[in-house]
Ligand binder design. Structure first.
Ligand SMILES: [Zn+2]
Length: 441
């Protein structure tokens, strides 16, 4: 009896100790609601604002957590089937992941029952479609959202109206892409977040998603890079994360522009405080000879600077050296270009390749894992298989970069070309016509 009594006292003590411990360990958890309660007037508003971000962080089921969570912003007249097709999922899974779709499908079921019942007046209940800019959550095995979405880095602040005007888009679409409620009118960088009072109508993000305007015509690259021309070229838009040196020579195919924006956007998202990158010549409007270049004639070539660890001039390329090359960001950029699976060649001077190679070899395991995944995707897309000698990782490395082998010895994508010490030159596959890996330049 005494034993039991002692045990009860012990557990009781333990509990009080635990509770005390909890109180000591977790004061923020207790104090946070108090702070909110203090500002009762904004509470409702705040909880509304916080919901999309928080809901997004936790996928509902274990199955969903394996897949990428994407927010799709609907276009006018889109149906659940259209969205399911874009992301390679079933309509049933959309029904599970998005309440908007669930409501729409339920409504359409009711409407179809009414149509069957009153056949003569069936026109009265057409199936409903989505309104524009509705935010729909999708769990998809495809990682990227729609290709034409790019990321815009905020150095300070911008009104949504200004961003919409500059990027030829609309404020409701910006709100949808970034999960902002209708009460937000301005977005500021997190660096400028005031400590005490949060003014109404302002949200804090370091970057904003924007959708690039879709051109009316599809650009076409005609002929070869050194003899061709460009029809319906599109100009690379100026964005805060890239500096276009000569806008009149920054025309490319729709596809080239998308890939450049996508890759630069990826670096900005992956690594904080990334400076803007200098973009040199692409092609003239209409293409054709663009001295001093031999190529750059059909909108598939682009000269882009490297990232540097020191501040450099933004009106020209800066020679990259072991001292000033930002290996991490430069490699991240090349990797993002390769991940697009649309790059035929990336010309990088051998000394720079050597520096990048040394950087890669520091995290060799991580690189090999990425490379094998990349190789598998490449082969699924119709690339020819490489020589069978060596391990899979070695073969993969050979396909990616020429260094440490001698110049011209491999079919690598990243390869040497003269005078590419201060910038890299990327050539994309033409979208129309032949598109095979390993085609001669
Ligand atoms: Zn070039």
């Amino acid at each position: 009896m005494a034993n039991v009594h002692r045990r009860i006292i012990a557990t009781g003590l333990k509990c009080t100790v635990c509770l005390l411990g909890l109180l000591l360990i977790a004061p923020p958890a207790f104090s946070r609601p108090k702070g909110k309660r203090g500002r009762a007037s904004t509470r409702k508003h705040k909880s509304k604002r916080a919901r999309p971000a928080r809901a997004g962080k936790r996928p509902s089921s274990a199955k969903a957590s394996k897949q990428a969570r994407i927010y799709h912003c609907s276009r006018k007249g889109e149906t659940p089937t259209d969205i399911a097709r874009i992301y390679g999922v079933s309509v049933a899974s959309l029904d599970g992941s998005s309440s908007t779709i669930r409501r729409l499908l339920e409504d359409n079921k009711r409407r179809s029952a009414l149509r069957k019942k009153h056949r003569r007046r069936a026109r009265k209940w057409p199936p409903r479609k989505l309104r524009p800019n509705q935010r729909i959550r999708v769990f998809s095995p495809k990682r990227a959202p729609i290709e034409r979405d790019a990321v815009l880095r905020l150095s300070r602040g911008a009104s949504l109206h200004w961003v919409a005007k500059r990027w030829h888009t609309s404020v409701p679409l910006l709100r949808c892409l970034n999960g902002l409620p209708s009460s937000v009118h301005t977005v500021r960088s997190k660096q400028h977040r005031p400590r005490r009072k949060r003014p109404a109508g302002i949200a804090y993000h370091d970057w904003l998603w924007v959708r690039l305007p879709t051109p009316a015509h599809t650009a076409r690259a005609l002929g070869g890079p050194s003899t061709g021309r460009l029809v319906h070229g599109e100009r690379l838009p100026e964005a805060p994360h890239l500096i276009v040196r000569t806008p009149r020579n920054a025309f490319g195919t729709h596809h080239t522009i998308t890939q450049i924006l996508r890759a630069t956007g990826r670096v900005v998202r992956a690594i904080a405080n990334t400076p803007s990158i200098v973009v040199g010549d692409l092609s003239k409007r209409g293409g054709g000879l663009l001295p001093p270049h031999k190529s750059h004639q059909n909108g598939l070539d682009a000269d882009i600077g490297y990232y540097h660890v020191v501040k450099v001039r933004k009106d020209r390329f800066t020679r990259a050296t072991a001292r000033n090359l930002d290996r991490r960001r430069s490699w991240a950029f090349i990797r993002a270009l390769l991940d697009g699976h649309e790059t035929q060649y990336i010309f990088v001077g051998t000394p720079i390749q050597k520096l990048l190679y040394q950087h890669i070899m520091k995290n060799r395991r991580q690189f090999e894992r990425w490379c094998l995944r990349w190789m598998a995707t490449r082969q699924r897309r119709g690339a020819k298989k490489t020589r069978k000698r060596g391990s899979a990782a070695t073969r993969c490395m050979e396909t990616v970069m020429e260094y440490p082998r001698s110049r011209g010895s491999t079919q690598a994508i990243v390869r040497h070309a003269r005078s590419h010490i201060n910038h890299l030159h990327v050539r994309f596959f033409p979208r129309h016509g032949k598109r095979h890996y390993g085609d001669p330049p």
